[in-house]
Ligand binder design. Structure first.
Ligand code: ADP
Ligand code: ZN
Length: 436
């Protein structure tokens, strides 16, 4: 038996699906042009009128939107409806300086919930299931997204949020959770505790819906074994709605993008040109149904490839590979977006120079991040310089900038290798991005 939440949409013949996309795109471009002054000006500057967009083939005529523009326009610059129609905000897992706030009307929430409901049903969920959500709740989209999807499916929903692993396991046992939703790293942490306690056989988990960060096939195999479930990947980003923009079906070979709501393109990140199917490039999304935060041609910076190869599950929507990297230098560490420039900013403010190396690693499926930074010659010569105090100061600065604990080592001047070309400031030992 095939599992679809909305079979007529999920298996819609491609031609019909693309006609629907074209129709929705034309209406959406008009909506954006009429209501988002910032994008109207961009279109005017690019010499494109809403009438020039007659279907999806005209998409390349529209200008891109970049993350920096969302920050510059914070908070209301991309709002597409009166605030009286907005019922919710969510925000990216970035940090204070880099936050983006996304807005939702009641219909937008419905779109998002629908996408998550499709993901849950694709993972074998129904109203007979107990969906255990330990993505974080709050501004982060993980918890609210899967929570809403689970309600639509009619499953009993456990809004656990993250943390307190012992209690998570207790609830899984007592309420017989069947579908676990969280980040893959938290799933691995739960798996570790389950293994230590030897309670795998007391659990009723059959599937897991894990996303919000990159993870490998090796990690999938490990989690599937320790928790005794089938693990499905789910992808999304706050700017486009949240988790559920794409998700895996039982084939576990790429994630179907919900094309009735989002048009996906792959572009060459250097030139901005569209690339043919199958080539690796930057993923770009246009929202064609959401009204309050209606981004067109938004550059995700995520690198992947798309395929229209027929999928045995019967879904016709295009599949994206796992994310293979980023076209910027953002890292996802402990589930939080981290840019090296943020770390640099903190140490500069404390008087250090650009002699540092960041080391990110993952042991037992737990991320660690370490900063090695040299003292300046002046600090080294200063008898009052106190390494312990200085370390604490940097740790605190980074904690407030990033929201996570960074291990800090202060080194003597000239300890680190000097580069002769492009400096390599980040060593990521995790090998998270696998080429498929
Ligand atoms: P979230 O709230 O999911 O963290 P953000 O908007 O803060 O969303 O971050 C979105 C980014 O997280 C994506 O652009 C991508 O880089 C990463 N991401 C989300 N889901 C996945 C996934 N399944 N695999 C790899 N990376 C992912
Ligand atoms: Zn499929």
């Amino acid at each position: 038996m095939k599992n679809y939440f909305q079979p007529e949409i999920e298996t819609m013949p491609l031609e019909q699906l693309q006609a629907l996309q074209s129709e929705r795109l034309v209406a959406q471009v008009k909506h954006v042009y009429d209501n988002v002054a910032y994008y109207r000006e961009k279109m005017d500057k690019a010499g494109v009128k809403p009438e020039d967009i007659k279907g999806i083939e005209d998409l390349p005529k529209l200008p891109f939107i970049e993350k920096d523009e969302l920050r510059d326009q914070y908070p209301y610059g991309f709002l597409g409806t009166p605030l009286s129609e907005v019922v919710r905000i969510q925000s990216t897992s970035g940090t204070t300086g880099r936050r983006v706030v996304a807005f939702y009307t009641m219909d937008d929430i419905r779109v998002w919930d629908e996408c998550c409901a499709r993901a849950i049903v694709a993972a074998g969920g129904s109203n007979e299931d107990v969906v255990h959500v330990c993505y974080g709740y709050g501004l982060f989209t993980g918890g609210p997204g899967l929570n809403g999807g689970s309600h639509l499916v009619g499953s009993m929903t456990l809004p656990m949020s993250s943390g307190n692993t012992e209690r998570q396991i207790q609830f899984m046992q007592d309420l017989e959770s069947t579908i676990l939703c969280c980040t893959p790293s938290y799933a691995a942490t739960i798996g570790e505790v389950v293994k230590k306690k030897g309670v795998k056989d007391t659990l009723k988990l059959k599937s897991g819906i894990f996303g919000a960060e990159p993870w490998t096939e090796e990690m999938r195999a490990d989690i599937e074994k320790t928790l005794g479930l089938k693990a499905f990947d789910i992808y999304g980003l706050t700017e486009i709605s949240g988790p559920g923009v794409s998700f895996e079906c039982e084939e576990q070979k790429g994630m179907h993008i919900q094309e009735d709501h989002f048009i996906a393109e792959i572009i060459n990140p250097q030139t901005g040109e569209q690339l043919p199917e199958g080539e690796v490039g930057e993923l770009v999304f246009s929202c064609i149904t959401k009204k309050a935060f209606p981004l067109l041609r938004y550059r995700t910076r995520d690198l992947c490839r798309l395929t229209r190869e027929k999928c045995s599950c019967g879904r016709t929507h295009v599949r994206m590979s796992k994310i293979m990297g980023r076209s910027d230098d953002m890292m996802v560490v402990k589930g939080v977006n981290v840019w090296p420039s943020q770390i640099e900013q903190v140490i500069f403010q404390l008087g250090y120079q650009a002699n540092y190396v960041i080391v990110v690693d993952r042991e037992n499926n737990k991320d660690s991040i370490e900063l090695n930074v040299e003292k300046t010659p002046e600090m080294a010569a200063d008898p009052n310089y106190d390494v312990e105090k200085a370390t604490k100061e940097i740790v605190a600065g980074l904690k407030s900038m990033l929201g996570i604990k960074v291990d800090v080592n202060i080194l003597q001047p000239m300890t680190l290798v000097r580069s002769e070309g492009k400096a390599k400031r980040v060593v990521d030992k995790r090998n998270l991005y696998t080429m498929m």
